[in-house]
Each structure stands twice: as C-alpha cells, then as structure tokens.
Design a protein around this ligand. Structure first.
Ligand SMILES: [Zn+2]
Length: 414
C-alpha cells in the first residue's frame, strides 16, 4: 500500500515528544498525518507533502483512536430486571447472593453458542468503533466453568481476527464469581484456574492478560495471588479489579504480581496510591460503574498528585456499567471525577494503550498516539475541537475511524 495522508485544523497527537505544560495533548495545528497500512511515517504542516494523496478534513479534529482498556463486552442476555430491583433499593451484593448479577450473565453465556457470543460481540465492537474506539480489551469471566470460559475466550479470539473491527486484547478473568458447582469448593475452583486453565489459555494464545475480582464479597488477595503468579509463570500479563467496594490490600497485590493496572480503586488508601505511583501501575478508572452504583469517585486528586497514570475505560457490562460508550465514560470522568479534558483524552488513548502493553518499552508499531512509527489508528471527528468529544455526552460524531490505516467506521467510510 502506498502512502496516504489526512489533514485537519487540529491533530491531537498524544505523543510524549510533543507534549508540554502548555500543550498537554501535543496538538499540532493545520497539519497532515502521512501513513500506510503498517504505520504513520510523518506528521507535519499541511501542504508540505506534495507527492502524497491527501484528504483534507478542513476545520475538524483528528485524534488517536480511542482505547477501551477494561470491558466485559463478550456478554449475552440482559439484566434489566435487576436494574429495576436495584433502583427500588436492593443492594448489588444482595442481588448477587440471590443468583442475579454475574450469575445471571453466567446462565446467559451457558445457554449461548460460541457462534452467538462471537456474533453479539462483533456487533457490539462495531458500534464501539462508530464511537471512535480502535482498540478494545475484552474479558471473559461470565463462563465461570472451564467450558464456559473457554467458549467465551474462543469467541473473543475469533472476533479479534476481524480486521474491520477494533483491535482486541483478550483477558482471562479467572476469578469473577463462584459458579453454583463451586459454592462449597472454592479452593478447588481457584487452584483449577491457576494450575489448569491459565496454562491452557496461555498455550492456546487465547489471552494476553489474567484478571481477578479482589474485594470483600468476591475473592481474597491470597486467592488472586495464586492465579496471578501462575499467569506470570506462563508469560501472561496481569490486571486486577481492586477496591471497588472495599480496600482489601489490592495495591500491594498489584505490586507483588507485577500487574500493569489496578482497575476501579474507588477505595484505595494513601499507602496504596504511593505503591501504584512508585511501581508505574496505571489506575484504570471506571466512572460508568461508580455512577451506576451511586458510589463516590475514587481519590482522583490524590492519584494525580502522586503521579499515578490515570486511564479511563467503559467497564462495558450488562449490570454495573450498562453502556458501550467509552466517550460517555470520558464525559463522566470530567463531570464526576473532575479530570481535565486533556487528562481524560490521554487516559483513553496513549495511557490506556500503555496499560495494555501496546505503547512504550521500545515496542515496534505501538498504538495509542499519533507519532512516526506508530500504527495508523486514528479518528477524524466531525467536531471542531477535541473537547467536543466530551460534550455532548456519549455520542460524539465520527467522520472516519481508521485502524491500521484502514477505515473501520464513521459516516464517511463509504
Ligand atoms: Zn470490570
């Protein structure tokens, strides 16, 4: 494929080489991005690349493709009935104990074929691409039993091969909830995940990461540690749900097992924040979940002051974050978490990619920012400024969404 170019009034690069205090997103004005299907070759002033066919998008804004670093997007079924119960005052944990919540999605996955899960996920990722997402992490965790987890991960892998959808990063969510068969046998359940399923999914290349839900009413630090240590031994990365309802020492666990991200952290103390900062572990913040659960925000000011990298993700799932819209999560990050627009955009592009191992560390062809050598994952927004992605809420207009230099969504795709 030969070189092509896209030009616009504002190019948000998110490139550390261009970022300054005054220009926190590394914006270049009146510029052109030159790329082919492998990578971006050059970014410079409009009109300066005379030999390359360039499409000029006028006064619009171009950003890196959005990266959703935490989703449960491979679900089937619907949990509208528990929402009505919760709004009537029922507590999430009471709903879970009565067989709703994750167990309701477990039954939906149990009765869905691999084909049906893949079809539902592909359609969902297509809708996410329309909202500017070019990379999406997708967790299993509704299969619960080995066959169900395998089925979910295979469906995710199949969809991940489709070049016309966002790039997919698969995570085996090994400890999410106990299936009914393991109610009285949790030690066996945890050990089987660590000694049998982690090695199987690693060697079949069905997952890049392993995750566990560490909280008072979920799994303990010690249970998660067994599974995470197995993940590391088998060459997989670790990302963890910690501190959603209670701080049970998740930050220390993240350090001990070399996690790339600590996700949720609505509850984390000063010592935990210092640990994340010292070890370069990203905090993946999930405003749609805390909003749905009527929770107070995580301690964003303290995380920022300590220098913890802040990522914003959708947590897309059918119960506690019932939305596919990363832009809606970004809007809530600004409105509810008091993150700045620039922090939020960085947290949904380059920092999110870094949390998935797709940016940094001398990686060739990284994702998450517009820079020479990076993949051409970018969005031409039908908007005059990057802050207009954050307001109006949830449905910003895309003109064209490119993944690896190919259009995958947007009104001007055809
Ligand atoms: Zn989650």
């Amino acid at each position: 494929m030969s070189l092509l170019g896209v030009a616009a009034k504002r190019i948000v690069t998110a490139d550390p080489a261009r970022i300054t205090r005054e220009n926190p997103l590394g914006v270049v004005e009146n510029a052109v991005v030159i790329y082919d299907e492998r990578s971006i070759s050059w970014i410079g002033p409009r009109g300066s690349a005379a030999n390359v066919p360039i499409v000029d998008y006028g006064d619009r804004v171009i950003t890196p493709g959005l990266v959703d670093a935490h989703t449960h997007a491979a679900w089937t079924g619907s949990r509208h009935d528990e929402y009505a119960l919760r709004m009537a005052g029922a507590d999430y944990r009471a709903i879970a104990n009565a067989g709703g919540g994750i167990l309701s999605s477990y039954r939906a996955i149990e009765s869905s074929s691999e084909d049906a899960i893949a079809e539902t996920l592909a359609a969902r990722l297509g809708r996410m691409a329309e909202l500017g997402v070019t990379t999406c992490e997708v967790k299993s965790g509704y299969g619960l039993e080995p066959d169900g987890e395998r089925k979910q991960l295979r469906a995710i892998a199949r969809v991940g091969k489709q070049a016309n959808l966002p790039h997919v990063v698969a995570t085996y969510l090994a400890l999410h909830a106990l299936p009914p068969s393991a109610k009285n046998n949790r030690d066996h359940y945890v050990l089987r995940a660590a000694t049998s399923l982690v090695p199987e999914f690693a060697s079949a290349k069905l997952a890049s990461f392993v995750d566990a839900y560490v909280d008072e009413n979920a799994f303990t630090v010690e249970e998660a540690r067994i599974v995470c240590e197995s993940a590391r031994r088998h060459g997989l990365g670790v990302r963890l749900h910690v501190g959603q309802f209670t701080d049970v020492g998740g930050a220390q666990l993240c350090v001990d097992v070399g996690a790339r991200s600590a996700d949720h952290v609505e509850h984390i103390d000063a010592k935990g924040i210092a640990l994340l900062a010292t070890h370069g572990i990203k905090a993946v913040l999930l405003p749609l979940a805390s909003f749905t659960m009527r929770q107070a925000p995580p301690p964003v000011a303290a995380l920022r002051a300590a220098g913890v990298g802040l990522v914003v993700a959708s947590d897309a799932n059918p119960g506690t974050a019932p939305s596919e819209s990363l832009p809606l999560a970004m809007a809530l990050a600004v409105r509810l978490y008091e993150m700045t627009p620039a922090e939020t955009i960085l947290g949904a592009t380059r920092l999110a990619a870094a949390s998935l191992g797709l940016w940094g560390g001398g990686l060739s062809r990284p994702r998450g920012a517009l820079a020479p050598g990076a993949r051409a994952d970018l969005v031409v927004w039908d908007l005059p400024h990057e802050n207009a992605i954050l307001q109006p809420w949830g449905t910003p207009k895309t003109c064209l969404v490119f993944r690896d230099g190919q259009p995958i969504a947007g009104a001007n795709r055809g």
